[in-house]
Design a protein around this ligand. Structure first.
Ligand SMILES: NC(=O)C1=CN([C@@H]2O[C@H](COP(=O)(O)OP(=O)(O)OC[C@H]3O[C@@H](n4cnc5c(N)ncnc54)[C@H](OP(=O)(O)O)[C@@H]3O)[C@@H](O)[C@H]2O)C=CC1
Ligand SMILES: Cc1cn([C@H]2C[C@H](O)[C@@H](COP(=O)(O)OP(=O)(O)O[C@H]3O[C@@H](C)C(=O)[C@@H](O)[C@H]3O)O2)c(=O)[nH]c1=O
Length: 290
């Protein structure tokens, strides 16, 4: 049975993997968080791997505060680039396959057609720069590592845009949300499920980048509007321009990614973003917004 180690297990995506893991009895899972597997601690992770041989490492640990990254550039690079390089080297020494995540924020957003895996990356912000450096670590230091560029993740777990909006919407009559940034909202479970379906089919002999998100296109305004409506909350969502939303970070105006490569190589069907959102909202309704 293949052994799969999942890092950053208490984060949003890590929790989604924990949720779906039961559906994949062909794998033996090991979930670790910062307390036992701090990806910045080279000695700790090296010892851990020596004591726990694995076939796959799915790295969900990351620095994801895109706004704070502008002031914490070094920390963002340490976690998203240096630590990923260390995982890449470890994967070579110990013969496991590394799967790690990057972001649609590696692009500058100036295109108006979906980005391909080989489109030049031009990040607008520190977080995006740190993710490009992490991608390069996998491309340069592994024989067959996989980078999955994902986007706009939400779920019923941890902190994310959808939950932030629902929290605010409960207490306010109106919310102002940008409509001039468009991308693809993606349910964390889509990513977890797709990755676990991909694992047995991975036969790449060179490092690869794949784009993975739900299908369709939306602005943050559309996502907020739809989430509040599905939740049945009476709150007016007002469309605004990015200039009207106080923020220290530049974000791409258009970051839709082309998913043809992953769908073709793995024969995978991806859900439409509104269908996924409905699933997530049903779960939030059942469990409450926490
Ligand atoms: N969220 C999104 O919208 C998007 C995310 N991505 C990428 O997807 C991946 C998963 O993101 P997501 O789950 O949403 O992120 P979260 O911020 O929810 O989770 C990240 C996890 O990483 C952990 N972590 C941070 N530093 C370390 C460390 N040194 N050692 C071990 N664990 C650490 C955090 O733990 P702690 O809380 O203790 O710091 C946290 O549990 C990331 O690579 C991210 O860049 C890409 C596009 C969109
Ligand atoms: C909460 C809120 C946000 N916004 C805007 C700010 C921003 O432009 C957009 C999204 O807000 P967020 O704080 O979720 O933005 P951000 O943290 O930049 O989201 C990104 O996270 C990283 C980790 C990624 O990799 C990206 O794919 C993306 O999901 O919505 C509003 O206009 N009104 C609001 O009330």
């Amino acid at each position: 049975m293949s052994k799969v180690l999942i890092t950053g297990a208490t984060g949003q995506l890590g929790q989604a993997f924990q949720k779906v893991a039961g559906r994949y009895s062909e794998f033996e899972f090991l979930f670790v968080d910062r307390s036992t597997f701090d990806i910045e601690n080279n000695q700790q992770i090296s010892d851990f791997i020596k004591n726990n041989p694995i076939d796959f490492l799915i790295n969900c640990a990351a620095y994801t505060a895109s706004d704070k990254a502008e002031e914490e550039s070094e920390r963002a690079h340490r976690i998203n680039a240096d630590a990923v390089k260390q995982l890449a080297l470890l994967s070579q020494e110990n013969s496991f396959r590394l799967i790690t995540f990057s972001s649609d924020y590696v692009f500058d957003g100036k295109q108006n057609t979906p980005y391909l895996e080989n489109t030049l990356t031009e990040p607008l912000n520190v977080y995006g720069q740190s993710k490009v450096a992490g991608e390069n670590a996998v491309l340069n230091h592994t024989a067959n590592g996989v980078v999955l560029r994902v986007a706009w993740i939400y779920s019923s777990f941890a902190k994310n845009f959808v939950k932030t909006i629902l929290h605010h919407a409960q207490n306010k009559k109106e919310l102002r949300v940008v409509y001039d940034q468009v991308g693809t909202p993606t349910y964390a479970e889509t990513i977890a499920d797709t990755v676990l379906k991909m694992l047995p089919k991975l036969d790449n002999t060179t490092p690869e980048i794949y784009h993975l998100s739900d299908l369709g296109v939306a602005s943050w305004y559309d996502l907020a509007h739809e989430a509040v409506a599905m939740m049945g909350i009476d709150c007016n969502i007002i469309p605004i321009l990015s200039d009207e939303y106080p923020s220290n970070v530049m974000r791409p105006a258009y970051s839709v990614m082309d998913k043809t490569k992953i769908q073709r190589d793995f024969n995978i069907e991806l859900p439409y973003w509104r269908d996924s959102l409905r699933e997530c909202i049903d779960e939030i309704k059942a469990r409450g917004i926490n």
